[in-house]
Design a protein around this ligand. Structure first.
Ligand code: CP
Length: 301
């Protein structure tokens, strides 16, 4: 199937995930530069900060032979002079073959896709979605367990504002998770509009110790400070959970801890050296996964 815009993880079918995984496997082992995207220009339109997504997309594009242009803050563009998003997208259509966009507003990528003649890849829009992170998350699970089905997932942390959580929950509708535990602080529960539309049941849990022994994949998120309207509300909830060595002791053999990163203080540094800690490995898969996605967008028809 030809992929065009990638706005939500629901834009990918189960077979699309597996096909990207196959490409990622292939590209992970390639040394040097390829020519699949030679003559193509990718535009990185990052209106919000990023380390992993921007740099790994740039690396993926370069490794496939594309040229990469773009910006990493709103202030460095003519948006700072009052230009609107629609005109910015129209301009990038003149210069590029694909726009990879991060924006603080929910729905910004969808809006861009309604104007754009070239594919838009959502690299994170507000608290809405971050679909390419979900592909990396599931690829990591697949690399470790050789399956995504019949596993117990536990999502711990800010499930209200973390866009990676929404994309992951939606991506899991393409698979058959055994159980999905949601373990947020009371103020940061997953959004009803996301949870109610899933094709599987989620189980809300207050205390991670109640279910930690059952979990295969513990997915941790930081509290998304930048999404809080009220600093006081953030202060109330910050540091309300932490994954420490004491909690990890209760995890079953072979289970893993993922985190989309950046990490603030929700995973104790002492956990980094434990066998369960797979979040830096997960981040390392960003380049091959994004190579696989770009290859699929440009080369499958
Ligand atoms: N995981 C993720 O989106 O990281 P960045 O914000 O650094 O891109």
């Amino acid at each position: 199937m030809k992929l065009r815009h990638i706005i939500s993880s629901l834009d990918l079918k189960r077979e699309d995930y597996f096909s990207i995984f196959e490409y990622a496997d292939k590209f992970a082992n390639v040394k040097g530069k390829l020519t699949h995207l030679e003559g193509k220009v990718l535009a990185l339109a990052f209106f919000e900060p990023s380390t992993r997504t921007a740099q790994s997309f740039q690396t993926a594009g370069i490794k496939l032979g594309a040229n990469v242009i773009g910006f990493s803050s709103e202030e460095s563009t003519s948006v700072a002079k009052g230009e609107n998003l629609a005109d910015t997208v129209r301009m990038l259509n003149n210069y590029s073959d694909c726009i990879i966009m991060r924006h603080k507003f929910d729905g910004a990528s969808l809006f861009a896709s309604e104007i754009s003649e070239v594919p838009i890849i959502n690299a994170g829009d507000g608290k809405h979605e971050h679909p390419t992170q979900a592909i990396i998350d599931l690829y990591t699970v697949y690399k470790v367990f050789n399956t995504i089905d019949n596993l117990n997932f536990g999502l711990l942390g800010d499930l209200k504002y973390a866009r990676t959580v929404n994309s992951l929950l939606r991506a899991l509708t393409r698979f058959k998770p055994k159980r999905v535990f949601l373990i947020p602080p009371p103020q940061l529960k997953a959004r009803k509009e996301i949870v109610e539309e899933l094709n599987y049941q989620t189980i809300e849990v207050e205390n991670p110790y109640d279910v930690i022994q059952e979990i295969d994949v513990l997915y941790v998120t930081r509290i998304q400070k930048e999404r809080f309207v009220d600093e006081v509300e953030y202060e109330k909830v910050k540091e309300s959970y932490v994954v420490d060595t004491k909690l990890v002791e209760f995890m079953k053999k072979g289970s893993i801890i993922l985190h989309p990163l950046p990490r603030v203080n929700e995973i104790d540094r002492k956990v980094d050296k434990l066998a369960q800690a797979k979040y830096f490995y997960q981040a390392s898969l960003g380049v091959p996964v994004r190579m696989g996605l770009l290859y699929k967008i440009f080369n499958e028809g």
